[in-house]
Design a protein around this ligand. Structure first.
Ligand code: 13P
Length: 357
């Protein structure tokens, strides 16, 4: 018999890994009622930018002290289900020498890890990026699991502009996301698949919807082709919003309706949860938009958050790198987490927002 090369793929190996490591249960716990994820996985370059804004030198110790502040915030586990760490951070410890992964696990917070190596220029496609980091990833994932990680994240970046994004850029990124997700499940880790359509530009909300839908459809085609088990994964997309420089900014209810509509068209209901990135929205906007979506009623997936800037901006500004400000900064982190926790059930209010003061 000649080999036609068209054999159906064997989906059992990843299915078996999902069952063995209970990846569906881990994914569900990350989107548990009233809780969401803190993205604290800024690379050394990105955290330096955040520290520059408060005129604080970025050193291994200042980065450690800052993450210590976040992770030791009392009772934050009421609203935080998981934390995404960076390679340096997953190896660091709190001031009392307890490894951060243990500090988190003891609170019932699931430690995760960013595993991509960043978005690099896509050769031949000016203005477009492709995320790198697949080489050697299998060995790295094994190490991260041994260090305590139970989930992973990979971020792809899609830019809207004159004549972009190209199909090539969308497909190159979708392919990398699918390979990352399959490798993660094989290693016993829940992949958070993050295709971010940037809000930079003067495009309107419809253009954001069109590009996001095309991107998500390519991503799920890729995940299916690589045998990724959706029940053991999470999606981390952008919301459908107006470009930052667009003259007409959509309201929270318009954002909520457009986002749910695009997701309904593109995301299979086997995915247990969708954890949005904040992507440059203000902390209040990010909370309000999520709240509006959950106030619409039940959806096929949990709608939650995996915010970086929207959870941390006020915290860094309160901290300013000064030990004396740690209690106030922790209070501000707790408050932001509580507001977003309320947004998980559509019960966030102005009164709750004002409680901070
Ligand atoms: P932002 O919420 O600041 O967009 O960060 C989330 C994240 O993890 C980006 O990869």
């Amino acid at each position: 018999m000649p080999d036609t090369g068209l054999k159906t793929m064997d989906r059992r190996p990843l299915m078996e890994a999902v069952v063995q490591y209970k990846l569906d249960t881990v994914a569900q716990s990350l989107v548990a009622e009233g809780k969401g994820i803190l993205a604290a996985d800024e690379s050394t370059g990105t955290i330096k930018k955040r520290f520059d804004a408060i005129k604080l030198e970025s050193s291994e110790e200042s980065r450690r002290a800052y993450r210590d502040l976040l992770f030791t915030t009392a009772d934050v586990e009421t609203y935080i289900s998981g934390v995404i760490l960076y390679d340096e951070t997953i190896r660091q410890s709190a001031s009392d020498r307890t490894p951060f992964t243990q500090i988190l696990s003891k609170k019932g917070i699931v430690p995760g890890i960013k595993v991509d190596q960043g978005a690099k220029n896509l050769a031949g496609f000016p203005g477009e990026k492709v995320t790198e980091g697949l080489d050697g990833l299998r060995e790295q994932l094994k190490q991260y699991r041994d260090l305590g990680a139970r989930f992973t994240k990979w971020r792809a970046v899609i830019t809207i502009g004159e004549g972009i994004p190209s199909r090539t850029c969308i497909h190159a990124n979708a392919h990398a996301l699918a390979r990352f997700a399959a490798l993660s499940q094989e290693a016993g880790l829940v992949p958070i698949v993050e295709p971010e359509v940037l809000m930079d530009g003067d495009h309107d909300i419809q253009r954001c919807a069109e590009v996001t839908e095309a991107t998500l459809q390519a991503v799920f085609t890729g995940l299916h082709a690589h045998g990724v088990v959706l029940e053991g994964s999470l999606l981390k997309p952008n919301m459908i919003i107006s470009g930052k420089a667009c003259r007409e900014q959509a309201s929270a209810s318009e954002v909520a309706e457009a986002t749910v509509r695009s997701l309904m068209r593109s995301v299979p209901s086997a995915v247990p949860g969708i954890v949005f990135l904040s992507g440059g929205q203000t902390p209040e906007q990010a909370t309000e938009n999520l709240n509006e979506m959950n106030a619409m009623g039940r959806h096929p997936w949990e709608l939650s958050f995996s915010y970086g800037r929207a959870l941390q901006e006020p915290v860094i500004r309160t901290w300013m790198g000064k030990p004396a400000n740690v209690p106030a900064a922790q209070q501000s982190f707790y408050h932001r987490a509580k507001c977003n926790g309320a947004a998980r059930s559509g019960t966030y209010t102005r009164e709750l927002e004002a409680e901070a003061a």
